[in-house]
Design a protein around this ligand. Structure first.
Ligand code: HEC
Length: 147
């Protein structure tokens, strides 16, 4: 009985450590970052489409998330992290790191530009989506694998 408990505790510890290591992998970190950006885009999109009521705070928070992620996203592509953990990163990233960084900077610029002139009603949200949305596609086209 006691032995069983010790074994269970040891197993739990191992699992815990395994999860911690996996969460630190750049492939996981960058996918989490993009999930956040995707969520932010979804929140803006829902307002633009009229599915959710206009809320300037939601727009602001979403744009802040995008700007924040855009600044550190390119740091999550060290050599050796090209594949694994279901990554959809294209090999072109490592061949064109400067251009990849420029595409991330374009997202930051677009998000910060929109933050500087936040819409005051639902009618203005479409323009926000367009401004940031074009930078998503511009990067994904070349640097995200279609799976
Ligand atoms: C600088 C390039 C770049 C920009 C800009 C960019 N993305 Fe991405 N995105 C990527 C790459 C690369 C991946 C694949 C990452 C991986 O799997 O390792 C990705 C993956 C994603 C994913 C999938 C995340 C997952 O694994 O579940 C979503 C969602 C996403 N991006 C949304 C967006 C949206 C929305 C925007 C614009 C607001 C955006 N991205 C802007 C490069 C970019």
């Amino acid at each position: 009985m006691k032995l069983k408990l010790v074994f269970a505790a040891a197993t739990a510890l191992c699992l815990g450590i395994g999860a911690a290591i996996a969460a630190d992998e750049p492939q996981v970190v960058r996918q989490e970052m993009m999930k956040k950006v995707g969520g932010a885009m979804g929140a803006i999109g829902a307002i633009a489409k009229g599915e959710k009521p206009f809320d300037a705070e939601v727009i602001k928070a979403s744009l802040e998330t995008m700007a924040e992620v855009g600044k550190t996203f390119p740091d999550q592509f060290p050599a050796g992290s090209e594949t694994g953990m279901d990554s959809e990163a294209a090999p072109a990233i490592w061949a064109n790191m400067e251009d990849f960084k420029a595409k991330a900077a374009a997202l930051v610029t677009a998000a910060e530009g929109q933050l500087a002139q936040l819409p005051t009603d639902q009618a203005g949200v479409g323009a926000v989506m367009k401004a940031v949305g074009s930078t998503c596609g511009a990067c994904h086209e070349t640097y995200r694998l279609k799976k």
